[in-house]
Design a protein around this ligand. Sequence first.
Ligand code: AMP
Ligand code: ZN
Length: 497
Amino acid sequence: MSTPLYEQQSLKIYNSISSEKETFTSITPGRIGLYVCGPTVYSDVHLGNCRTFISFDLIFRYLKHLGYKVRYVRNITDAGHLENDADAGEDKISKKARLEQLEPMEIVQKYTVGFHTILKQFNNLPPSIEPTATGHILEQIETIKTIIENGFAYVVNGSVYFDVVKFNKSNDYGKLSGRNLEDMINNSRTLAGQDEKRNPQDFALWKKAEPVHIMRWPSPWGDGFPGWHLECTVMSRKYLGDTFDIHGGGMDLKFPHHECEIAQGEAACGCSPVNYWMHANMLTLNGKKMSKSTGNTLLPQEIFSGKNDILTKSFKPTVVRFFILQAHYRSIMDFSNDALEASEKGFNKLMEAIKSIETITPSKSTSEEFIIEAWKQRCYEAMNDDFNSPILISHLFEAVKFINNLKENKAKITSTDLEVLKTTLDAFVFDVLGLQANEEAGSDLSEKLDGAIELLIEMRKEARANKNFALSDQIRDTLFEQGIQLKDGREGTTYSY
Ligand code: AMP
Ligand code: ZN
C-alpha cells in the first residue's frame, strides 16, 4: 500500500487558542473529527454566512484530499438562539414564526432547505452529520445535570446558569478570546432581566419558558429550552468524543459562543474539548461586516440573478466561490463589483487553460523553466500553510502561463509531465478548491433558459398589444406553474424564480 498523502505532507493549522500556526496531528491516525457551527435557520443565508461555510468546505476538501477519513459535523440551530445572542429576549425562530404566522418548524424547514440549496449551488460538500438542537434536547438535559453535579451550574426559578466565577477558580475562562474575567466583571453593568444570575458573565444552560414561549420542553427544572451555546458542546461530544480534533466557525462566534463551549466541555467532562480552534474571517460590504441585523447584506440569489443594486451583471456561483477563495480564510474580505469582475476574468482564464491541455502534443523533453514536481509541491505547501488558497491560486496561474506557452510552441513537455500537470490541476482546481467547469456549473443551460424566458416575455407583450389576453395570461400562468414569476413594472416586465 502506498503511503497516504497526509504522511508525506506536513500540515500547519493556525490555532486560535494559541494564536500560532501549529503542526497538525490528529488524535487517531488517519482520522479527523471536525465540527463547524451551522446556521440559525430563521432567515436566508447571506453571502457572508456562505463565505464561512465555503472556507470550511475548502478545509474539509483538503483534509479529505490528503487521505484523512473526516467526520464532519455541522449543526442546524433550530431552537434556543435568542435575539441579540443574549440570554433574554425572544427566540429568533419563534419571532419569525410569529411574524410570518407559521409554525416554528415551518420556519426551520423553509430556511434549512434554502441553506442546503445555496450551499449546493456553491458546490459545497454536505457534512457527514447535520444534527439539530431540537433533536438533542435529552442529551442537553443530561449534560446540564452533569455540569450541576460537578458544581459549575446553579438553578434559579426554573432556569439553570453556568457559574463562570466558580469555573474560573479552577479553569481559565477567556483563554480563547484572550479576555480576562476580572476585567469583564469590572467593565460590565448588570443588564435588565438578567438579575437572577449570580454574575452578569454567567450564561444560560436552560431557560425557563415564559407562558408565551412556544418552543418548550419538559425538564427536571420545569418547562423550558436549552441555552444557545449548549447544543454545540453536546452534539460535538456525542458524535466526535470528549476531545476532538478541529472546531470551526466564524470569527464573531469566538466570544461568547466558543468560549462558553470550552467552559461547558471542561465542566462536563474535565477535559479540553478541542485541539485546534479555527476561525474564518468576515466578509464586508462597503467596509462593514455583512450582517442580517444591520441589513448590510447581499444574498447569493441576488448575485446569481443579477437583481441587486450593487453589481452591474450576474455572476455564476462557481465564480463567486473562486472570488471567495482568492482571499485567505483568516483575512477580512471586502465585496465589490470590480473584485468580482476581476475574479471572473481569472476564472475563465484558468478554465480555458485546463480545457486546452487536451490539445497539447507532448515532446521528448520538458522546458527547464517549469519543473513539474517542484510546482506540484509548491501547490501542496501553499495548502499545508494553514490552507492558503490565494497562494495556491497564484501557483495555478504559473501553470496557466506555462500551458499558454505550450500552446504557442514557446515551451515543451513530456507525456509523463503532461499527465502530472493535468492530474495535479484537476485535483487542486476541482477536488480541493471545488470549482466547476462552465459546462458542469450549468451556465449554458441557465443562459438558454434566460433567453427562452425573455422570448416569452416579448411574445406576451405582443399578445397584449393585440388584445389577445387569453394568450398573455396563459404565458404568465404557465411560467408561474413552473416557478417563474413575471412582474410588470414601469420599466417593463422582469421575472424571478
Ligand atoms: P448565524 O446563522 O448568524 O449563526 O451565522 C452562521 C455563520 O456565518 C457563523 O459561523 C457566522 O460566524 C458566519 N457569519 C456571519 N456573518 C458573517 C460575515 N459577514 N462574514 C463571514 N461569516 C459570517
Ligand atoms: Zn456552535
